[in-house]
Design a protein around this ligand. Sequence first.
Ligand code: HEM
Length: 464
Amino acid sequence: MAVLTVVIAAVLGLCFCAVALLRWNELRYRRRALPPGTMGWPVFGETTEFLKLGPSFMKNQSARYGSFFKSHILGCPTVVSMDPELNRFILMNEAKGFVPGYPQSMLDILGKCNISAVHGATHKYMRGALLSLISPAMIRDQILPKIDEFMRSHLSNWDDQVINIQQKTKEMAFLSALKQIAGAESTSISHEFMPAFFKLVLGTLSLPIDLPGTNYRHGFQARKNIVQILSKLVEERRSSNEEQQDMLAGLMRAEENRHKLNDKEIIDLIITLLYSGYETVSTTSMMAVKYLHDHPQVLNELRKEHFEIRSRKSPDDPINWDDYKSMKFTRAVIFETSRLATIVNGVLRKTTRDIEINGFIIPKDWRIYVYTREMNYDPYLYPDPFSFNPWRWMDKSLETHNYFLIFGGGTRQCPGKELGVAEISTFLHYFVTRYRWKEVGKDKLVKFPRVEAPKGLHIRVSSC
Ligand code: HEM
């Protein structure tokens, strides 16, 4: 009997302890609050201030609430993180519940198998398939010759013309990628593909309201057209005996397609490839032209590097891997351009559950804006941060420091970094060795929410 009483008492004691522990945890959880900040108006939140004031809205809020604050932007409750340590932590810890949190319009239009829409094991194999297409060996052997051939032709006959360099770099980024993806057919499909692609891009950045006349509806229709073009291409390739050497062929060849992608996945991966490299490559190229125009000393140094490469070759010799690897100053110009112009302001994540971070709770399904812009102007990382000084990147360690997030970080770090740099370098090679240019028209540049010249960036071009 005494033993039974002891056992019952022990069980009751344990139950009591467990309940007390749960209750204590609950209270502790409740006491921990959301990050400080304001949420603005119902529904609209602080979207208008965010879009209108841009970086100064972020600075004002962080001056008031610190570098980790809540807001309500672009239709979602959002925590903005401007803290370098937390930004790194969030990017490095997708598995702890910080998955990509891009807008619904983007996910709808880019497809269910788009890389930003998939997580965990699916992300791993989709990314694996992508990396096998754009590895350094593939760039060296297959892609660089295509980029070279494309740039030579794209940059011909610009002499004595006024060019909208924004338009030209956009076409360049799209057409060059299309040639890498579907070499043989790229010219014949580009007339239909390019306008559809530009509509798709606009649609991904719109409100997801499916009404006639909206960018969202146009973007969705454009996706359907693009899927049709690509499906037809895949069918034609299957029924033909011709061997192709391009990204689509790599994805379709069963023995190379180790990741066993089905046709839907192949098509969404191609759209991912086109979309991810398009705006980043085109805007960096345009801004490099702008900064080089404004900094003749940098342009001289860059020209020296490229004329030296040309002096080793005959006029028709293409740029090869060794030439590309020798373009140290060009690489520095590209990184300095990305930094100073802040081509990517930050990346978006979404919480898959309530997460405690830095003593605050971020509820499930909130967005986190990992805002990396300010890190680009940190005087400790980049002395005299507002000057255009590519020489700072000649010290290679700057490219590998912990807070270098121009290409993102963690498991989502840009897999197209080397490909993008190779494309911009080849563009700059032919541009600075063939032409001189002057800006005309005093075009305005906008830096936020994205870098663009609303009316184009016009330059008068003449032969060197
Ligand atoms: C040179 C300019 C480029 C810049 C500045 C850039 C920047 C970035 C950044 C910041 C991310 C991280 C996004 C995130 O964490 O949510 C990213 C991801 C990505 N980039 Fe790039 N990118 C560039 C060029 C390219 C090119 C040329 C390609 C084409 C292959 C590409 C393909 C991708 C893909 C597929 C992802 C998603 C990776 C994943 O989710 O695993 N990027 N890029």
